[in-house]
Ligand binder design. Structure first.
Ligand code: BDP
Length: 324
């Protein structure tokens, strides 16, 4: 039997939790359900923390948006009500300017390009930007690439999107991105997407394979078009007030444990992308893979013109594009 990395880690974590008694348990929020790569990665980071601090620090992950939708949990983490948060960079766009650069459509040529950028000095600068907003940026996780899906028809060209209504994450860039493609955007919390498609309030949304699958959106929106307009990394942050309560030594251990969870997360992600794709296709999703992205990329010029106006963003865009 082939035991996947996910299954192996889940089996291990059940044993580990049973034996734990921690001095301080950090509460970490995630919108995704148990077993999702981001949730497992933070649980694994918690195990590293527990080992490396001799039980001074552990992490408990609250999955499935138990602590709230992303926009609210960002605020709660800034206020120190939640200690840690794994979230998409998208919902940070209206708060932290530097995060906007990774939300620009087609800014990354590929996931490899995104890794190169986020693993280097540009990624460090973006993590650093969180510290002006009562947060500490710890690490970036994978979020694959995002594509459109809908309940109405297969989208085979940009023209097919005309007049359709899509949910986007709560960020002005995504609203303008959808408008530039000739469609209408409705910013909504993630948890409202399923019922909004089901009741016809929107025609569809956009996301990566694992989210499209785990949210069940494929059940109500079976047409998925691989236009891959966004590659938005995920970020793991800690509340500044929690951080300030840690010793310098523990801060360093936290930072390192977060970084050490990244390679494992990427492996889990790659595995899950394939599993999710296979699962939705098996369940009847119709996938359009043969799509000419050139018109989509060209249509994004006004989005860049409107949003990339400050020196900070212009410089980041230039350096990202120059990263080989
Ligand atoms: C998923 C991200 C999650 C976002 C969600 C969304 O992992 O953080 O909440 O998309 O579209 O891919 O809101």
């Amino acid at each position: 039997m082939k035991l996947t990395l996910t299954a192996a880690l889940l089996a291990g974590s059940a044993l580990a939790t049973a034996a734990t008694a921690c001095e301080t348990t950090l509460r970490s929020s995630d919108t995704h359900p148990d077993g999702y790569p981001t949730v497992i990665a933070v649980q694994e980071m918690g195990k590293l923390l527990e080992e490396r601090t001799d039980g001074r620090l552990c992490i408990e992950v609250f999955p499935s948006a138990q602590l709230g939708e992303e926009k609210d949990t960002i605020e709660q983490t800034q206020f120190g009500v939640i200690d840690m948060l794994r979230v998409s960079m998208g919902p940070f766009n209206n708060i932290i300017e530097e995060t906007q650069v990774v939300s620009l459509p087609y800014i990354f040529r590929s996931v490899d390009h995104m890794h190169k950028v986020m693993d280097g000095p540009i990624g460090d600068e973006i993590l650093e930007a969180f510290s002006d907003h009562d947060l500490v940026g710890l690490a970036f996780y994978d979020g694959g690439s995002r594509s459109f899906y809908n309940s109405e028809k297969p989208i085979t060209s940009m023209e097919d999107l005309a007049g359709m209504k899509f949910r986007v994450m709560q960020s002005d860039i995504f609203v303008d991105m959808v408008s530039a493609l000739g469609a209408n955007a409705t910013p909504l919390p993630y948890g409202e997407v399923y019922s909004s498609i089901q009741t016809g309030v929107i025609d569809g949304a956009e996301n990566n394979w694992p989210s499209y699958e785990s949210s069940g959106h494929f059940e109500v929106a079976k047409y998925y078009t691989l236009d891959e307009h966004l590659i938005v990394p995920e970020v793991l942050v800690m509340s500044k007030s929690t951080w300030d309560g840690l010793s310098a030594e523990d801060q360093e251990i936290v930072r390192q444990a977060a970084k050490d969870s990244v390679p494992m997360m990427r492996e889990l992600w790659a595995e899950r992308e394939k599993e999710s794709e296979a699962k939705v296709i098996e369940a009847g999703a119709e996938v359009v893979t043969d799509i000419d992205k050139t018109p989509f990329i060209e249509a994004m010029k006004p989005v860049y013109e409107k949003h990339v106006t400050s020196d900070t963003l212009k410089d980041l865009v230039e350096r990202i594009q120059a990263t080989e």
